[in-house]
Design a protein around this ligand. Structure first.
Ligand SMILES: NC(=O)c1ccc[n+]([C@@H]2O[C@H](COP(=O)([O-])OP(=O)(O)OC[C@H]3O[C@@H](n4cnc5c(N)ncnc54)[C@H](OP(=O)(O)O)[C@@H]3O)[C@@H](O)[C@H]2O)c1
Length: 332
């Protein structure tokens, strides 16, 4: 191949669905690595809800926005296809923030080799951002204890499904909140959750009360939305809430109001937001915690795979309609 495709962010989202109008699809000439450089062919690219935030002009967030006219930010897995670098050989499997591009010329900064035996879909679905996020939020903030009750929203998603399975393996009662019967059935029948609430059709307050007779000790928040206040009001004394995501508000014209802080005092709650870029240096410890659960077959996942780099431009919408079933990945 002498040319390849990369995708630049051309315009910022204005509230509607994400589409090709926000991007420039550019054809590039294949580079030749100079001394100390190598070329990666990206094979699998992760799509993440956070990408919408990265496209926005918000400079107050945890990571700077993607500059207009530059390659859209993204992480992925690839293979070294040409190398003039002492530490990276042709054939090495690597992971890093490659961006929305089929090929990347790099010096290797921020790029790590990965075990060639691990299936790339599993690597992105479990050992990359979803597993690191689930492990960090659950153990550092959630502090789960056997016998406690945990509720996780966005439960059928890539982060939420791992949170629930870890908690289940640790002996907690686990209630997932997800959209639609198919996802709720998957949580209970395939992943072994104790119960699941379909926030789109179940009677939320009644269901939650029925399924959490002893209150809630840990809440892993992935979505915001109406479930938030209901869970907040059922938190037990000394409960912990890990605030990981708020997808219900990412595309809302007006973010929902937060809960009254009174309960935080009455119940002595710990509520903490976290974002993984603050914690990537902890990845070896987080993987050491997560990997045994995976090896024991306690973590199942499903990947939702789109075909070809250009599918990323509309693929992001699947997060906001809930049409993604599992970790959203673009395969090149
Ligand atoms: N803090 C961090 O470092 C970090 C890292 C990774 C992810 N996150 C956050 O964690 C959350 C989950 O991410 P993920 O990658 O695992 O995505 P995901 O859960 O696989 O996909 C997003 C899901 O959100 C649900 N959703 C969309 N709109 C919703 C709404 N209005 N109300 C309730 N649920 C809604 C949909 O599932 P349903 O079909 O169930 O509605 C959709 O499938 C996101 O909020 C993301 O931003 C945070």
């Amino acid at each position: 191949m002498t040319t390849y495709t990369e995708i630049l962010l051309k315009a910022r989202p204005t509230g509607g669905p994400i589409g090709a109008d926000l991007f420039d699809v550019v054809t590039k000439t294949m580079p030749t690595p100079a001394d100390g450089e190598f070329v990666v062919k990206q094979t699998h690219m992760s799509l993440d809800p956070a990408m919408l935030g990265w496209m926005s002009p918000d400079t107050e967030s945890y990571i700077p926005p993607v500059e207009l006219g530059t390659v859209m930010r993204g992480s992925g897995i690839g293979e070294v296809v040409a190398s003039n670098h002492a530490d990276f050989a042709v054939g090495d499997k690597v992971m890093g923030m490659f961006g929305w591009t089929e090929y990347l010329l790099t010096t290797g900064a921020g790029i790590n080799k990965i075990d060639a035996n691990i299936d790339p879909e599993m690597a992105l679905s479990v050992f990359a951002l979803p597993g690191l996020t689930a492990t960090k939020g659950l153990y550092s903030i959630g502090q789960p204890k056997a016998g406690e009750t945990l509720v996780v929203s966005g439960a059928a998603g890539s982060v939420g499904s791992i949170v629930g399975q870890l908690a289940k393996a640790d002996g907690l009662r686990v209630i997932g909140v997800a959209g639609g019967k198919e996802k709720c059935d998957w949580l209970v029948n395939e992943l072994g959750f104790d119960a699941a609430i379909d926030y789109k059709s179940d009677k939320l307050a009644e269901q939650l009360a029925e399924l959490t007779p002893n209150g809630i000790d840990v809440y892993f928040e992935n979505t915001g939305g109406p479930i938030q206040a209901l869970v907040y009001n059922r938190m037990n004394a000394h409960g912990r809430i890990a605030v990981c995501g708020h997808i219900a508000d990412y595309v809302a014209a007006k973010p929902a109001p937060g809960p009254n802080w009174m309960n935080i005092i009455r119940k002595r709650l710990l509520i903490q937001g976290f974002t993984m870029p603050d914690h990537f240096h902890e990845a070896p410890d987080l993987l050491a915690k997560l990997t045994p659960y995976v090896m024991q077959g306690k973590i199942k996942y499903r990947a939702h795979v789109l075909d070809g780099i250009e599918s990323a431009m509309t693929g992001l919408n699947l997060f906001f309609t809930g049409a993604n079933k599992g970790k959203l990945i673009v395969k090149f």
